[in-house]
Design a protein around this ligand. Structure first.
Ligand code: PGA
Length: 261
């Protein structure tokens, strides 16, 4: 069986209360348990991670964190370390999200966060994406640099735990996602940039997700025509039943039951 699609839900700073978080996590976990071709990673805010982790082993369902400290431990007020997250049952971390980049994260800081996460045994969803698109095509060079610099600390033995998420910043929190044809072009480019940094075999193996205004209507179409390995979903990941419809649509790809726009 080919590898499963990966759908990562980035809850951002939602929901408002732990009780709501428990409901979203439980629903996501229950739906994930029924999926055959799809794995789900829910990324709640730090505060809600313990309430979102299930005590029983959950099929096709893992918990991720939205960030991680670039330091190992010590006097870093407000920070949360990779080993702490691991000890809570976290398996993935998001790094380099454009909202963190906008808040001051540089490629160098992101590469430190990624390095700490990998050292602790976590997998990393490394986000890249251009702020604007110019006729000149300058976004290609921009993304290539982001990949090279953000992953500067990734050693060969750990690179298989990197998943790339291509998220054009202008499509995040927007009305429409990027067109699937453009997503396909970018997913190929992102794989190529990864191959340039880590070798052709790594480029063939790396998973590429698309993120930016994904919802239950466009999800399957983006995977099929955009030829990506999965999705990074913001708003729709805390919107039930939208997220459950999204997961069913993705899982139905190739079975004649996929819901496309
Ligand atoms: P959105 O967010 O799905 O709400 O556009 C995506 C993201 O920021 O990862």
């Amino acid at each position: 069986m080919p590898s499963k699609y990966l759908v990562v839900g980035n809850w951002k700073m939602h929901p408002a209360t732990v009780d709501e978080a428990k409901v979203i996590a439980k629903k996501s976990r229950l739906i994930a348990g029924k999926l055959v071709r799809t794995e789900v990673v829910a990324c709640p805010p730090f505060a809600f991670i313990p309430a979102s982790v299930s005590r029983t082993q959950a099929e096709n369902f893992s918990i991720g964190a939205q960030s991680v400290s670039g330091d190992e431990g010590g006097a870093h007020t407000g920070e949360v370390g990779a080993a702490m997250l691991k000890s809570l049952g976290v398996s993935y971390v998001i790094a380099g999200h454009s909202e963190q980049r906008a808040a001051g994260d540089t490629d160098e800081m992101i590469s430190r966060r990624i390095g700490r996460a990998l050292d602790a045994g976590l997998s990393v969803i490394a986000c890249v994406g251009e702020k604007v698109r110019e006729e000149s095509g300058s976004h290609f060079a921009f993304i290539k640099e982001q990949i090279k610099n953000s992953l500067a600390n990734v050693s060969e033995d750990k690179r298989s735990r990197i998943i790339l998420a291509y998220e054009p910043v202008w499509a995040i929190g927007a009305q429409d996602a990027m067109a699937p044809e453009q997503i396909y072009e970018m997913s190929l480019f992102v794989k190529k940039a990864f191959a340039d940094a880590f070798g052709p075999e790594a480029g063939l193996k790396v998973k590429v997700l698309y993120g930016g205004s994904v919802n239950f209507r466009n999800a399957a179409d983006i995977i099929v025509r955009g030829k990506v390995d999965g999705l990074l979903v913001g708003r729709e990941s805390v919107n039930m039943p939208g997220f459950s419809e999204l997961l069913k649509a993705v899982d139905g790809i190739g079975t004649g039951q996929a819901q496309t726009a």
